[in-house]
Design a protein around this ligand. Sequence first.
Ligand SMILES: [Zn+2]
Length: 482
Amino acid sequence: MALKIYNTLTKSKEEFKPIHPGKVGMYVCGPTVYDYLHPGNLRSYMTADVLRRYLEYHGYEVRMIKNITDVGHLTEDSIGQGDSGEDKISKKAQIERKTPRQIADFFEEYFHAAEKKINIKKASFFPRATEHIQQMIKIISSLIEKGYAYEVNGNVFFDVTKFSTYGNLSGNTLDNLKVGARLEEHPDKKNPWDFALWLKAPKEHLMKWESPWSVGYPGWHIECSAMSMEYLGDTMDIHAGGEDNIFPHHEAEIAQSEGYSGKKFVNFWVHTRFLLTDGKKMSKSKGNFFTLEELEEKGYTSMALRLLFLSGHHRTQLNFTWPALDQATTNFQKISEWANNLKSIESRGAGSRVSMGEEIDFSHIYQKRFEAAMDDDLNTPLALAVLYELITETNKLIAEEKLSAATAKNIFNFWEKINKVLGLAIADREEIPKEIIKLAEARKTARENKDFAKSDELREKISEFGYEIDDSKNNNYTIKKK
Ligand SMILES: [Zn+2]
């Protein structure tokens, strides 16, 4: 395997090599649980899911950590530092007259249900920020000791001028930052681009903890450093997230983690670009986003959305439009139909004799092409194009009655293998019972012997069991449930 992944840190495609042979440690920035899931976040979780699935396809054992941010830091859509002091979860709790825990629990459960709907494999562990406050305090204390961080009035900030490679990930080096991008002022900061590690809580703040500096709460970025190092060690193979996480969040994670451990934090940074709606960035604040439930109400499935996401490369902005979702729905039906047809041809062959075509195995050619596409920085649109070509080729053979049960079986096995990567949950057309296949085969023999009375009698019998036979050329047939 020669999987190449684009690494945001080096700005190039690099061959993936794990730290420990056969094992991969991977961290994904998870949801802040105060609202329904944003489809742009789902798309970014899906990139991580497909990458994880493809690593597993190649036999790696993947340990994936996805954190639950249940301390609701305020962040702007674009460039907020996450240290303005307002807590989204607390705010929601006040509006809804619930406790922050009730809000966080509700949306955490919702998040898991949404991931399940779109068939994202469960992470190995979903650590909660509120359960790792002590680890955060430990890292912050050490950063103060080492001179990377300073405390003023119970607030602790990371001094970005002390970390020489600050800006390497995002390009927002201090020189570039000085040119005047927007920033959040805080009277206690030495430099405007310093970011909060710990903030003193105002009286009305609902979520707060004891610390050596004040009764307060952690800055947004520190939780990911604490939880990733806790579960994956000081250096991990892959860290994934959305492109909006690159700055300041991931830049800050590198500064905190490397300042603390003195080691390289992440080998591969993988970022998914924005999801757009009609050419504009989809965002909560713009109100142009939808939930999976709203899609379902319109008659779409989460699987169509998954296929739509797969049809775009994760490093390209994907423009969501309803016609694109319609197309994905049609394509999903085409794939389902095809897979079920292969299965029924295969099971008919297993019943008695091979009825159509010769045994030819061309799946290995497609497998090579599929892997070449995925090896090239997870090129899922190209991998799907390979699949669609295979579908066209097999459907032609089926129409010409040249696809043998053995070939159908090979292709179906190939499909099952690659679908572990694509993750399309296809409903099984109901398995046809063996007895029905036997009766259908007996009827076929009767028809070949021109014994039409017997053939009609058998059709009747099959019908009594609730199945229907469609005859096609050369005495072939398909069985359907009535
Ligand atoms: Zn994070």
